[in-house]
Design a protein around this ligand. Sequence first.
Ligand code: VGL
Ligand code: ZN
Length: 235
Amino acid sequence: MNIISFIEVIKLNLDEIKYVKDITISKEDALIIVDMQNDFMPSGALPVEEGDQIITGVNQIVKKFYINEASIILTQDWHPKSHKSFASNHPGKNPGDEYQTETIGPVLWPDHCVQGTHGADFHNSLKILHTRAVIRKGMNPEIDSYSGFLENDKKTETGLSGLLKSLKIKRIFICGLALDYCCYFTAVDGIDFGFEVFLIVDLTKGIDLPEGNISQTLANMKGKGVKFANFNSFD
Ligand code: VGL
Ligand code: ZN
């Protein structure tokens, strides 16, 4: 394999994605809406570019899942002020600095989604009326939790898998923020927990840090068996 084809294997650009069509939603499906919180919006502490532009579409897809008796679940990044993923808790370090331990990294973040703050609240345009459960994550100051299923120690469960299994959910559809962090890790863990996983690509936006992370994580998801959908994939 030469270097060019190697790069093609590990990157997948947004415009190269093939989408599943004609999806009929049923009660064995769940919509997982990841971290649609003020701090990930363009004016927030850890802004995801255009993060607010998906809110209207997310609200519309919620209606489709609701009328088809599917479950709607939110995740909420919910950190103590002392969280070790914050650069402010590492003297001399700045947000964006590389930092990797077994449970934190690959970069340090600005303080964000601190428990009880406005930044940790869901965006007030997000319609949360039909939500079955809110899964909070990232509460242990020593461990980050990008995935809605598992903390970054890859051991501590949030309870999401148990909830989905007791509801007899077979397929999960992921949207929200950020594509290359919390959506990505939720998607790959969803596969490992035995679900059929779809990323609703046009209802998510990425951070792309480090640069290229979006196309890298898209490729990893494809390799792992995650399927891609978009707003128009649903009947
Ligand atoms: C997230 C970085 C840090 C996310 C959460 O929701 O994608 N990213 N905490
Ligand atoms: Zn966080």
